[in-house]
Design a protein around this ligand. Structure first.
Ligand code: FES
Length: 127
């Protein structure tokens, strides 16, 4: 996949990683390496040369689909019609592989998501 160049003043793709009451909680999802997930995403952002941001959030709402992660489009992706993609059950390595490949290729609005990642997309809360 080709990379989208960064323009001055443009925001890159961003991942909002939920770390509220359920997402990232080893008592609720003990089979997942929650700290490892976040570390991997942060390492990818650090290695991206500014093409990817990662931040955490308190509970985003849909706890039943933990771990929840939101892929926000870059400025260019939003200009092309991309919108935030909410992804549930996002703690396993395959899911992270797909999220990182998608964002490296430009993310929402630039390239379509991998088909298997689309199966994990959820609706944002309606509040
Ligand atoms: S803790 Fe992540 S959606 Fe509630």
């Amino acid at each position: 996949m080709s990379r989208v160049p960064i323009r001055y003043g443009a925001r890159p793709c961003a991942l909002v990683v939920c770390r509220g009451c359920c997402c990232g909680d080893a008592r609720k999802n003990p089979a997942q390496d929650h700290d490892g997930q976040l570390a991997r995403l942060r390492e990818a952002a650090a290695a991206s040369g500014g093409r990817l941001l990662v931040r955490t959030s308190d509970c985003l709402g849909p706890c039943a689909q933990a771990n929840v992660l939101v892929v926000q489009p870059s400025t260019e992706g939003r200009r092309r019609g991309g919108r935030a993609a909410w992804i549930g059950w996002s703690a396993d390595a395959d899911c992270l592989d797909e999220i990182l490949a998608w964002t490296a290729a430009g993310g929402p609005g630039i390239v379509p998501p991998p088909a298997t990642l689309e199966l994990q997309m959820i609706d944002p809360p309606k509040n």
